[in-house]
Design a protein around this ligand. Sequence first.
Ligand code: NDP
Length: 601
Amino acid sequence: MSEAEKPAFDPDALRARYADERRKRLRDDGVNQYFDVVGELAHFGDTDPYADEAFTREPVSEEPDVAIIGGGFSGMLAAARLGAEGVESFRILESGADFGGTWYWNRYPGAQCDTESYLYLPLLEELGYMPKEKYAFADEIFGHSQRIGEQFGLYERTLFQTRVRSLRWDEERARWRVETDRGDEIHARFVITALGTITRPKMPGVPGINDFEGPSFHSSRWDYRVTGGDSTGGMRALADKKVAVIGTGATAIQIVPRVARDAGHVFVFQRTPSTVGLRLNRPTDPEWFASLEPGWQNERRENFAAYADGRRPEVDLVDDSWTAIFRAISSPKGANRPKTREDRNRIVELQDFAKMEELRRRIDETVRDPEVAEALKPWYRVMCKRPTFNDEFLPAFNRNNVTLVDVGASKGIERITRKGVVANGTEYEVDLIVYATGYHVTSDIKLRVGMEIEGRDGVLLHDHWADGIRTLHGFTTRGFPNWFYIGVSQNAFSVNMTSMFDQQARHIAYLIGETRRRGATIVEPSEAGEREWCELIQGLAPSGPGFLADCTPGYYNQEGAASEGNSFLGAYTPGLNAFSRLLEEWREDGELAGLDLNTRS
Ligand code: NDP
């Protein structure tokens, strides 16, 4: 390596610093450090500040062909794609009072999607809708889900404010019995669970949460009756109030600057700093939008997915902070292609260090107080935690009414009292506590699914998957006939969730359509089909402990416990575009390889 090529940082020093920060943050209780929103904390999850909580309705009794559990984008896409397969008899069950899922619940101030709107918002071409900005805010996204609901006729097919308690397979009738909290009798031939990935709030496992005398809520249940205003701001009720925001993940990054504008004072409790990349939002240019050729959204999504998969198409259509990260950590191509895996890992690690140095420099350039700037710096590899993007979060720490309380060294806040939050041995008295403490994403399947799913012979899904998820293509599992799962296990993962969900929705709709076209009533993976898919996924997993094992703890790596085989993704690592092709070829082949179809009247 020539002098000119030498990095402007000391890789050994960075390696040591990253390992230290990981050690500092590791806790013996790992994923068990969090409280679930049950029992005396149930109100943090059950509350719906956006609905008429006095709503009642008569129970329904019906036998649709398909029950779709969840009215977020994945459930709506499933419904839209079923329609295209000629399946008209379906019922959507949704716990919120409207469509939107994540965007129904997440209306906190500043809520915005980090993925470009032209990629993220589904069915843009079908609906002829032009997003207002490159990155859409929550109210526009929620409005878009309502638009889909109206244009695809989904409102009349949906039972809102209805929570599914259990799904039980009735072998005799070859139907699923869907049990709800409204006493409904629904017997569906097929079920699609479309529950989303970040739905079940988790709370910090500290004592005293219910002792607090003022209002407090999880970020996904923001109560504007307390704060005034709406997701764009104007929270006048906070003018002379002190607010605690716990957490500095992707959610808190968006909340803090908005609350700082309106509140008397904000205390930001940070355990692990996030990376905060550039946002650079801008209005959509109508001329550019009008010039897009049919098929543009899919083309853009594929282009983005190619970057995410480490490829480098000639043109970067999205060209934003996400693709900058993907470029920064992808292995060199062409003549510079590394010869061995070790070379590749070394080069990518150096690129990663350089990217993180750039992000840390941004903090020094933005935050005036050097001590605060230092405390805000993340020390881990860029994809160890979900990157965030915001142009207002770091400058918020230059305001007199914002205090950073770094709780990294003490592994988190200590307790909640009648008056506020105790951290580092100090009690911070506040008027409102906002828990931006995230969701059960990778924890126990029972927690994430939030309902009992009982397949053939009374076998429960979480027992069936106790030693690991087993599926064909990530959508179906043997012993749970006619049940399809839209999610992020054993299939291709994408940060652009909706493009991944749409691919899954199309495939599942095809499977249901094809089962019916072939005159069958039951479909499930064959033993061999499921086994071969699991073997393929395991074969794709990195040998050795893998990248996440050395990462700072978080939900990506089960709070630092990730090792070979237990990462939640269990992913089809060649990526979304390759997975799309695999499914397309599988469908074109027409053999329905790996599935068993049966007929029962
Ligand atoms: P996260 O799980 O990412 O963050 C939770 C935060 O709470 C972390 O900063 C965590 O610290 C902190 N925390 C937890 N327990 C304690 C404790 N005892 N004391 C102090 N701090 C604590 O949740 P988010 O809601 O921020 O984000 C969840 C996911 O939602 C994101 O990863 C992303 O996928 C998605 N999201 C997407 C957006 C988008 O634009 N598309 C926007 C917002 C969220 P630590 O890091 O140390 O664990």
